[in-house]
Write a protein that binds this ligand. Structure first.
Ligand code: 6PG
Length: 472
């Protein structure tokens, strides 16, 4: 039986799917929902849906049948094979002109493959990144749709309604062709890894280095969240420091095992950045440090044999806290710059047609990396859409230069203490490398030519050269 009022279908009633369905219905669009396990659907309808216009289906055939044509169906299942399984079933029933939106964290290469299959069936395929976790899905996520423009037009009004709002604008925009949406979400997650690592390093320096208590940390991060570091990740960090475990009345953060897990999106970002030869060291090191953290038993053993300097704080604590804030801000900015430089290059190489101003607009609200900083980033790309790197924007260049003395001081202090701050240090090194007209790569070229006859170019004349280096 068809329900002409149904505007969209949603397959996959996990946490994200259920919350997104409720969000869509609350914004006035009727939704058909389906989940492979019927009990999940039944539970959802009985306990969460109330009198909202959410129509359950208990088989794919029924799910398709409920919806008027042309249909639009969001798939929100775990990335990888589960997406292909749902698509395979949907393809048995969909009609030309229908739109399919994959809203999972799919790898962009998978999205390219799926887009071809669906296009051959005259279906519109939208690969969409969605960020903001459970609360975002329920009350306003950041949406990064890409792929079929026609498919996007079909659902644009609904997406505008359900997306987070930043300064009254919806945090959604058509990102670009092909897998541009999923690629942008992947880079979002790479930046997310980078920012989280930087914040963790600042916590380590303030805790072990400056000896601050968890209550002092809570106060500092809340204050920072009111200033230029204003961002979702700083906000939740302050809240985490305030949280006490009820059973022990100790700060919960102190009871959590120091071994970070990952689902892979940060690693994908680094992989592709390397393929594109775009340097993203602040993201790469964040992936590596999650890896190092996960070897807890080995680190425990190493801590018994490898000794470092004694950590002793000397000087003015308030001054150090301000230096830390400046170092963190500069490093966060550099991390955004690397992610956006990667998106710029990916857009050129993969023909995405991404407008970086739109990306900044979409990231301002709803997503995990939302930050006050993004308003300025958006303005930078509006002023100069083909800006090769955010570091070249005059406003941001000034901010970095003003903070560099503090940034260097923090890194030097950390090195002296033996507290690992690879994110802060590599972000500073990126800044120093990027602003260096000369880098020692001439020596690397000479070495390559020495041992492998790989040739080199010269500064004083055109061409490729090889030298017999042993013949001195
Ligand atoms: C988001 C998050 C979301 C998820 C991460 C976690 O934007 O809402 O990025 O996608 O929480 O994928 O990633 P890890 O498990 O790899 O840390």
């Amino acid at each position: 039986m068809k329900f002409p009022e149904i505007e969209i279908g949603l397959a996959g009633l996990g946490v994200m799917g259920r919350n997104l369905a409720l969000n869509i219905a609350d914004r006035g669009a009727a939704v058909a929902v389906y989940n492979r396990t019927a009990g999940v659907t039944r539970n959802f309808i009985e306990h969460e849906v109330g009198n909202r216009a959410i129509y359950p289906a208990y088989s794919i055939a029924e799910f398709i049948d409920l919806q008027p044509k042309p249909r639009a169906i969001i798939i929100l299942v775990q990335s990888g094979p589960p997406v292909d399984m749902v698509l395979k079933e949907l393809l048995l029933f969909l009609d030309p002109g229908d739109t399919v939106i994959d809203a999972g964290n799919s790898h962009f290469i998978d999205t390219n493959r799926r887009a071809k299959v669906l296009a051959n069936r005259n279906l519109f395929f939208v690969g969409m990144g969605i960020s903001g976790g459970e609360a975002g899905a329920r009350h306003g996520p950041s949406l990064m749709p890409g792929g079929s423009r026609k498919g996007y037009d079909r659902v644009q009004a609904i997406f505008n309604a359900i997306a987070a709002k930043a300064n009254s604008e919806p945090c959604v925009a058509y990102i670009g062709a092909g897998s541009a949406g999923h690629y942008t979400k992947m880079v979002h997650n790479g930046v997310e890894y980078g920012l989280m690592q930087l914040i963790a390093e600042s916590y380590d320096l303030l805790k072990r280095g400056a000896g601050l208590s968890v209550d002092e940390l809570a106060e500092i991060y809340s204050r920072w969240n009111q200033e230029e570091l204003n961002s979702y990740l700083i906000e939740i960090t302050a809240k985490i420091f305030k949280y006490r475990d009820t059973a022990t009345d100790r700060p919960l953060v102190d009871l959590i095992l120091d071994a970070a897990k990952q689902k892979g999106t940060g690693k994908w970002t680094s992989w592709d950045a390397m393929d594109l030869m775009v340097p993203t060291p602040s993201i790469d090191i964040a992936v590596a440090m999650r890896g190092l953290s996960s070897h807890k038993a080995e680190r425990r053993e190493a801590s018994q044999v490898l000794h470092g300097p004694e950590i002793k704080f000397v000087g003015d604590r308030d001054r150090f806290i301000t230096q830390m804030k400046n170092a963190l801000f500069a490093s966060m900015l550099v991390t955004f710059a690397q992610g956006l430089a990667q998106l710029r290059e990916a857009s050129l190489v993969y023909n995405y047609g991404i407008n970086l101003e739109s990306v900044a607009k979409v990231w301002r609200g709803g997503c995990i990396i939302r930050a006050g900083l993004l308003e300025g980033i958006r303005a930078a790309y509006r002023a100069k859409p083909d800006l090769p790197n955010l570091l070249l924007d005059p406003q941001f260049a000034k901010k970095l230069m003003e903070r560099q003395a503090d940034w260097r001081e923090v890194v030097k202090t950390a090195v002296g203490w033996g507290i690992p701050v690879p994110g802060l240090a590599v972000s500073l090194a990126y800044f120093d490398g990027y602003r260096s007209e000369w880098l020692p790569a001439n020596l690397i070229q000479a070495q390559r030519d020495y041992f492998g006859a790989h040739t080199y170019e010269r500064l004083d004349k055109e061409g490729q050269f090889h030298t017999d280096w042993e013949k001195i």
